[in-house]
Design a protein around this ligand. Structure first.
Ligand SMILES: NC(=O)c1ccc[n+]([C@@H]2O[C@H](COP(=O)([O-])OP(=O)(O)OC[C@H]3O[C@@H](n4cnc5c(N)ncnc54)[C@H](O)[C@@H]3O)[C@@H](O)[C@H]2O)c1
Length: 264
């Protein structure tokens, strides 16, 4: 049998759910585009997804990859366990199974510890940590039944080094939780042939960096060994590696995509 590592299409006919995809400038969108190029059938999910957005994104992907692909768009608030259940059910109904989940949905807020209100704290925690927990839990039921599946979660440099370049302590805490959650899933479900890994990005050019002034951005770039900010396509590349058989023996890992700003 041909070695699957030599496949040009690393996700041929794999059903992949990707959350946090509504903006064309997002990591989620770049991941959906790369996965579609590699033959995946994708379910794109976002709080602000609707038919028009899904159609626009599909059109944009089609232009970029220059071939036909299968995709559905679903609106979902990952804070809601029932919304997450609905996404998994609809994906299974439409495509028959699910092979992979990539969680890019997330929010950030930059503020000092003493300015963080209870509402701010709850919102950041609910979207970033509880949201990741909710959708992982829903998809794991499918993965356990088929004794296979892959999860890729997006955390942040902020969760590793104690506070972000962008984002307050609540954001850092939520992302630290995502790292820990992913490792726990990896350990508990590895015997069922289910892998889970987490990516810690820093300074990727998306709407999340829109709040930074030119000067703040220049200051941060000065401290990045690669001397630039990252592209969403570079983050998508890490997702492709973790979602595909290229990383078949990798689970519980934390992958840095940060231009070398945190080497440890
Ligand atoms: N861009 C960076 O430099 C960077 C750095 C570290 C970590 N990250 C993480 O990477 C992930 C993707 O970030 P991005 O930069 O592409 O951000 P983005 O803001 O471009 O995309 C995030 C998406 O999540 C969606 N979303 C927000 N709340 C939601 C909810 N409750 N339910 C469903 N969807 C919701 C938004 O609508 C948006 O489309 C996030 O988890 C982020 O924390 C990004």
């Amino acid at each position: 049998m041909k070695n699957s590592q030599y496949n040009l299409l690393q996700l041929q006919n794999k059903v992949c759910i990707i959350t946090g995809v509504a903006s064309r400038r997002s990591i989620g969108y770049a991941t959906a585009e790369l996965f579609a190029a590699h033959g995946a059938k994708t379910v794109i999910v976002d709080l602000v997804m609707n038919e028009q957005t899904a159609n626009d994104l599909a059109e944009s992907i089609a232009v970029q990859i220059g071939k036909k692909f299968e995709m559905i768009g679903l609106q979902c608030d990952v804070r809601s366990a029932s919304d997450c259940e609905m996404v998994i059910q609809k994906a299974v109904t439409h495509f028959g199974t699910i092979d992979c989940l990539v969680n890019c949905a997330g929010i950030v807020k930059s503020e000092g510890m003493l300015s963080i209100t209870e509402q701010d704290y709850d919102l950041i925690m609910d979207v970033n940590l509880k949201g990741t927990f909710n959708i992982c839990k829903s998809v794991l039921k499918v993965f356990v039944e088929k004794q296979a599946g892959v999860i890729v979660n997006l955390a942040s440099l902020a969760g590793q080094r104690g506070g972000g370049l962008v984002g307050g302590s609540h954001y850092a805490a939520s992302k630290g939780g995502v790292i820990s959650l992913t490792r726990s899933i990896a350990r508990e479900f590895a015997p069922m042939n289910i892998r889970a890994n987490v990516i810690c990005p820093a300074m990727i050019e998306t709407p999340m960096l829109d709040g930074l002034s030119e000067e703040q951005l220049e200051n941060v770039i000065t401290g990045i060994p690669l001397k630039r900010i990252g592209k969403t396509s570079e983050l998508a590349g890490a997702c492709l590696f973790l979602a595909s058989e290229l990383s078949g023996f990798v689970t519980g890992a934390t992958i840095d995509v940060n231009g070398g700003i945190h080497i440890h």
